[in-house]
Every structure is written in structure tokens, then in C-alpha cells.
Design a protein around this ligand. Structure first.
Ligand code: NAP
Length: 482
């Protein structure tokens, strides 16, 4: 049953629900109605959260593995039991439709279950010290220990599962974690804290502190007690955080303008279907979203016609209506920015094949052709429902254009030719290549992350767990002589 509540959601500092003198208003982006308020944490509250987090790190490292597994499993179960409530929180505060929100809740449950499993599998290795003469008479191993206090900064577009991708592995690895969710979508992260509270996570191991990065971002990321900053968000913010946070472990999951290559032997229907879903999922506000499609010349016109026809069937509208395919952008200023980028491309010679109109926060699913590659929409991350299609002579040209950007998260390739698929796999400069799929595919257990401006390090529970722990070598000098 959906609970009704009054406005004034507190934040979760060290295991207690607390308010602040100042608040941030959380609006539903489709009609700008006020959903709730959350505290705008002060710098003093951020410092208090850090102090409690230091205590929490000592608690977390002493939590036996079976307790970590139990808490993570119980949190997953709590979300399962309250599935629809979680989906509604996402669908109201973010741009996602209710169907997209349900998918995210399902993935969050999976992420937490995986974290419980990976806690069990956190392993070291024995070391053959006698592989050199100087190591003779020694024996030993390494094991992995927690990094300590982690600060996680998260974006608006997957407000629950991307937080779970940081909290789950942090707890599995025996760390304490402080999460600062995006200003626009803090409620889903607070709902995640509710699940961990219900699961019996010890106090001070988890904090979800809400508020403005301009007020608390630097305090959280620069504090010497923080041993790792794990960030998901835009390239510019990532660069700023990397500059400000000093000597700490860094994990950066940044943006992209992902390419899909469609060769002439591809199954075009499959390619069209996957590209429409990949370009317009979450109104294009998706780090994996398809932004650039390179199609071999002989099938280019047919592909564009079919892509336009399929896009024309998309239903925009009320996010809570079951039939809606696409919701609004997170803020009207974001929709205006997308409109401006499309206008710039059109003024340089691009053609709008479908879409291209804004109504408030909504921007129609839009397909562009004839886009000059110097335009922002061809080079930067649009983070909106706009996809550009380019004809290419062959795979070589497609790969060269796909790689000719500052990003490299994932790439998709549609072909029935195994030789060409392998060529693409080896030559695309990205963190993942999807053969016969769009870029918008992620298994929560797979290593996920990018190269170049798309980031540093990998998430995906097992891989985040490696980043959130350090190897400690143990060597016994036994003095044994054979
Ligand atoms: P954003 O503007 O970069 O903000 C992300 C987070 O950083 C927010 O919580 C923001 O807080 C905080 N922040 C901003 N400045 C900060 C500072 N100086 N110190 C500490 N924190 C700071 O990103 P967004 O618009 O929310 O999200 C969209 C971006 O995320 C896109 O580029 C997308 O590709 C990327 N993304 C990447 C992945 C991935 O896994 N690779 C996944 C999802 C999204 P405030 O909200 O308070 O400003």
C-alpha cells in the first residue's frame, strides 16, 4: 500500500533521521508540483556526518562477513516487499516513467543481492615468495581490507540503483559510506537508507546527506578522513572533484555520447528497435544512451526511414500512466539546453527528421541527419532525447568517427559478420562493446565504466568491491632452510 506523508523528509545522518534549518524543494519534473522537501545540510552538518562516518568506519571493518551478508540481503528483501512504493518515488521525483522506474527498482534489488554474494567471495591469494632467491624461506599471502570512509556523490538519472551500486559494495567490503545524492532527486537515496535501517545496519555505517553541492560538496570530498571518493555524474563535475579532493582513491563514472554502428549485413529491424529504446530511455538522460548512429551507406536510407517510423509511435506524457514511453527532462533549463543544441546543429545544416519541439520540460524524441561533426551535438554529451544518424562508407570509417570524441563508455555494433564484430571489439576505444545490441545494456554484475572522459575505474558489484578494498600483504620469514 502507498503511504501518504506530510512534507519534510529528514535526511539520514549516521543512522538518525535529522532535519536542518534550511530545506531543498523537490519537484515533479513533469508539472513542477512540489513533492516534498529535504534538508539543505549545512557545512556543520556535513562535518558532523564525517565525524560519525569515521566512527562508522571502525564499526564497519569489525562487522563479520556473515553480518554484512545478512544486512545486504535484508535490505534487498525490504525493497522487494515495498517494490511499488520505491518505483513511485523514482517515477515522481525523476524523469522516469513508472515502467522505467520499476525496472530500476528490480535492478537495485539485484545489485544488493549481488553485493551480499560478493561479500562472501572477497578473496586474496597466497604468494610464491621463493620465486626469487631473496624470497627463499618466506611464505605468505595477501588479503583485502576495507579502505575506510567513502564519500559517494551521485547523479539524478538513476537515483536508486546508482546509489545502491556504491552503498552495496561499500558495505560488502566493510566500509562506512556517506552518500550525497543529486539536489533534484534525493528521495530515492533516502528510501534506500530506510531499507538499510530496517535491515539493522549498525549506526554510523551509512549516511545519506541531502543538500547543495555548492555548500557541502567540497567539505565532503576534501576531508582527510575520507579515503575514497566515488563519483557518478558529468565530466566537468568529475574533473572539478578530481582537482579538489587531493590524495584519495577515486572512482569516476562519467558521461558519454555513445556510438552504435550498423553494418549493411545487420538485421535492421533489431537494430532499429534497439536504437529507439537506447536513444530515448529515460528521455535520453542515460549515460549509456545512444547518441550517434553510423550506418553503412547501402542501408542508410532504409534504416533512417524505419527509425523515424518507429520513433513516431512513442507516447510522451504522464509518467505514471502505464502506456507512457517517455517522460520529461529533469529541469526546464535542461530541455532548453537540448533545444539550443538542436538549433545550433540545424543552423549548421542538420535536418530534423522527426521531433525537435519542446513543451515545458518535455522535448520530443528527435532524430537528426546531415549533422556536421563539429557541432556540439556530434561531439559532446547531449543527455537528452536526440540521436544523430550518419552514413559511413565502411567499418573503418565508422570506427574512426566513433572513436573521434573525448568519451568512451560503451559502443554497439550490429552485424552478422563475426570477423567484423571482432575487428570492432578490438579497435573501439570504450569500456564495453555490445554486439547486436545498442549501447544501453548493462548487467549489474559486469565490469562497467569507461575510458577517456568517461571515467576512471570500474563499477559492477565485484569490480567496485575491488576498488573499495586494498590488498594487504602478509609475509612470514620462517628461516627454513632445506
Ligand atoms: P552532475 O551535475 O555532474 O552532478 C552529479 C552530482 O555531483 C550531484 O550530486 C551534484 O550535486 C554533485 N556535485 C556537483 N558539484 C560538486 C562538487 N564540486 N563537489 C561535490 N559534488 C558535486 O551530474 P547530473 O546532471 O546529476 O547527472 C548527469 C551526468 O551523470 C551525465 O553526464 C551522465 O552521463 C552521468 N552519469 C554517468 C553514469 C556512469 O555510470 N558512467 C551513470 C549515470 C550518469 P548537486 O545536485 O547538489 O549540484
Amino acid at each position: 500500500m502507498v503511504k501518504t506523508k506530510t512534507l519534510g523528509q529528514p535526511m539520514f545522518i549516521g543512522g538518525r533521521w535529522v532535519h536542518s534549518d534550511d530545506v531543498v524543494h523537490v519537484y515533479d519534473p513533469q508539472d513542477n508540483t512540489l513533492i516534498d522537501t529535504v534538508p539543505a545540510a549545512s557545512k556543520q552538518q556535513a562535518l558532523k556526518a564525517l565525524e560519525l562516518g569515521e566512527t562508522g568506519a571502525r564499526v564497519a571493518e569489525r562487522m563479520p562477513t556473515h553480518e554484512r551478508i545478512s544486512v545486504l540481503s535484508k535490505a534487498a528483501r525490504y525493497i522487494e516487499e515495498n517494490f511499488e512504493e520505491y518505483a513511485l518515488v523514482i517515477a515522481r521525483e525523476s524523469s522516469k516513467t513508472i515502467r522505467e522506474a520499476r525496472k530500476e527498482v528490480g535492478r537495485c534489488i539485484e545489485t544488493l543481492k549481488l553485493s551480499a554474494e560478493e561479500a562472501r567471495r572477497l578473496q586474496g591469494e597466497t604468494i610464491q615468495f621463493d620465486q626469487t632467491a631473496s624470497g627463499e624461506g618466506r611464505t605468505g599471502y595477501f588479503y583485502r581490507f576495507p579502505v575506510g570512509l567513502i564519500v559517494a556523490i551521485t547523479p539524478f538519472n538513476d537515483p536508486l540503483n546508482l546509489v545502491a551500486h556504491k552503498v552495496g559494495p561499500a558495505i560488502a567490503g566493510g566500509n562506512a559510506i556517506i552518500v550525497k545524492p543529486a539536489l533534484t532527486t534525493p528521495l530515492s537515496a533516502l528510501k534506500l537508507a530506510e531499507a538499510f535501517e530496517a535491515a539493522g545496519l549498525p549506526e554510523n555505517v551509512l549516511t545519506v546527506i541531502t543538500g547543495r553541492a555548492s555548500e557541502i560538496g567540497e567539505t565532503l570530498t576534501t576531508h582527510p578522513a575520507v579515503r575514497m571518493v566515488t563519483f557518478t555524474g558529468g565530466l566537468e563535475t568529475g574533473q572539478r572533484i578530481a582537482r579538489q579532493c587531493g590524495l584519495k582513491k577515486l572512482s569516476m563514472e562519467l558521461g558519454s555520447n555513445s556510438p552504435v554502428i550498423v553494418l549493411k549485413d545487420a538485421l535492421l529491424d533489431d537494430a532499429v528497435e534497439a536504437c529507439v529504446s537506447g536513444a530515448f530511455w529515460a528521455a535520453g538522460q542515460n549515460c549509456l544512451g545512444v547518441q550517434r548512429i553510423f550506418v553503412e551507406e547501402s542501408v542508410y536510407s532504409q534504416f533512417v526511414d524505419e527509425l523515424v517510423a518507429r520513433t513516431g509511435k512513442m507516447q510522451l506524457g504522464d509518467k505514471l500512466r502505464e502506456g507512457t514511453d517517455m517522460g520529461p527532462l529533469i529541469l526546464e533549463q535542461e530541455a532548453c539546453r537540448v533545444e539550443e543544441w538542436v538549433s545550433e546543429a540545424v543552423s549548421c545544416g542538420a535536418t530534423v527528421k522527426i521531433g525537435g519541439t519542446r513543451r515545458g520540460n518535455y522535448y520530443e524524441p528527435t532524430i537528426l541527419t546531415d549533422v556536421p561533426i563539429r557541432c556540439r551535438i556530434a561531439k559532446d554529451e547531449v543527455f537528452g532525447p536526440v540521436v544523430s544518424v550518419f552514413p559511413v562508407a565502411n567499418l573503418d570509417e565508422a570506427i574512426a568517427l566513433a572513436n573521434d570524441v573525448d568519451y568512451g563508455l560503451q559502443a554497439g555494433v550490429f552485424t552478422e559478420n563475426i570477423e567484423k564484430a571482432f575487428q570492432a571489439v578490438h579497435r573501439l576505444k570504450v569500456g564495453g562493446v555490445l554486439i547486436n545490441d545498442s549501447t544501453d545494456y548493462r548487467l549489474d554484475a559486469m565490469p562497467f565504466g569507461g575510458v577517456k572522459g568517461s571515467g576512471i575505474g570500474r563499477e559492477g558489484v565485484k569490480f567496485a568491491l575491488q576498488e573499495m578494498t586494498e590488498p594487504k600483504v602478509v609475509c612470514f620469514k620462517l628461516g627454513l632452510r632445506h
